[in-house]
Design a protein around this ligand. Structure first.
Ligand code: NAP
Length: 317
């Protein structure tokens, strides 16, 4: 059943990469009764504040896109914070959603939750079949807990909580900070700055052989609304582009989008992360959804946004 345009919807994390695209989609789709709070207004790690918010506002639907998120460097530097923040944010929201009778909740999860040596492409049933990638172990464990918590609340209390598992997401509004950016935004920034400063070469972490799947942020937001309207709860569903590229191929694509004419060199002493991460998406396709934006087109849009918003984009968040 479709969610009424008058429904009270709480979008947690509305200023983030995924959250801001979701906010646009909700507004475009005519949803007006939206509840939004920044982390300063409502720190989701504080259970009493989260419960008071749910008790006061009584949201009917929750899109849970608030989380502590970052690239490989940020994950290595702050494993405790990735654990603590994510467990508390998702735990507090899900429990309050149960307590205050939320009709449906969508948990935004990540392909990082799959085991490091997972058979590829990764089917939903492979979750928990092996140890996570050590460079983002605590983030992965927290994401696994979020999905299992949603499933448990469905099993025990009948809560219509569902999880979508996304690959790397990129696009306008991403973090381009030196400490927390993901691979696409980091490479766009490095090559753009090398181009304007006339630098002859750009270093890329790792061997370049790791393979990754990328989903453009508007596609991710579109999938959230699509499945929020169609799934009934208890599901863990992969949502991806259905194909992957090596980091070397990605770097060459970005080089051409940015128009950088120097050379690229790899640093094999830096970690690659998981050797491959490609989601198996046959259930997603059977449900009638597939991604629309090709990687080349998404990279063009992202780069144009970055170049036009350079000073705001490079700020640390
Ligand atoms: N980015 C990816 O490649 C990717 C891939 C797969 C899955 N995901 C998942 O998608 C979701 C969103 O990720 P994203 O990339 O959009 O992250 P993001 O850009 O870093 O945004 C995270 C959002 O979470 C909010 N937040 C963080 N800590 C909070 C706290 N203590 N209290 C309240 N709000 C808090 C932030 O609010 P403020 O702005 O107000 O501080 C921000 O809006 C996450 O669940 C992530 O695991 C992301």
């Amino acid at each position: 059943m479709s969610i009424s345009p008058f429904a009270k919807i709480y979008l947690a994390g509305h200023r983030g990469l995924v959250g801001s695209a979701l906010l646009n989609k909700l507004q475009e789709a005519g949803y007006r009764n939206l509840f939004l709070r920044t982390s300063k207004e409502l720190d989701l790690r504080r259970q009493a504040d989260v419960e008071a918010f749910f008790e006061r506002e009584k949201p009917e639907y929750v899109l849970l896109s608030a989380a502590k998120v970052g690239g490989i460097m940020a994950n290595i530097a702050a494993p405790a914070a990735f654990f603590y923040d994510n467990l508390l944010i998702q735990g507090n929201i899900m429990h309050a959603a149960y307590k205050y009778g939320v009709k449906k909740l969508l948990f935004v999860s990540s392909s990082c939750a799959y085991p490091r040596l997972c058979p590829q492409p990764m089917k939903e049933e492979y979750l928990l079949d092996g140890k996570p990638e050590p460079t983002n172990e605590t983030y992965a464990l927290a994401k696994i807990c979020g999905m299992k918590m949603a499933e448990a609340y469905y099993q025990q209390y009948g809560c219509a909580f569902l999880s979508l598992v996304f690959p790397n997401i990129y696009g306008e509004g991403d973090s381009f900070s030196l400490t927390s950016s993901h691979v696409i935004s980091a490479l766009i920034r490095k090559m753009y700055e090398a181009k304007i400063n006339g630098l002859p070469a750009v270093e890329i972490w790792g061997t370049g052989s790791a393979r990754r799947e990328f989903l453009y942020v508007d596609d991710a937001a579109d999938a959230c609304l699509y499945f929020m309207n169609r799934l009934s709860g208890g599901e863990i569903l992969n949502v991806g582009a259905g194909n992957d590229v090596s980091i070397k191929e990605l770097a060459e694509l970005i080089k051409s989008v940015v128009g950088y004419e120097g050379s690229l060199f790899f640093s094999p002493d830096k970690p690659d992360g998981m050797p491959q991460k490609l989601l198996e998406v046959s259930r997603m396709r059977e449900s009638g959804w597939s991604s629309k934006v090709k990687l080349e087109d998404g990279l063009q849009k992202t780069f144009h946004w970055f170049a036009n918003n350079y000073h705001a984009a490079v700020k640390d968040r």
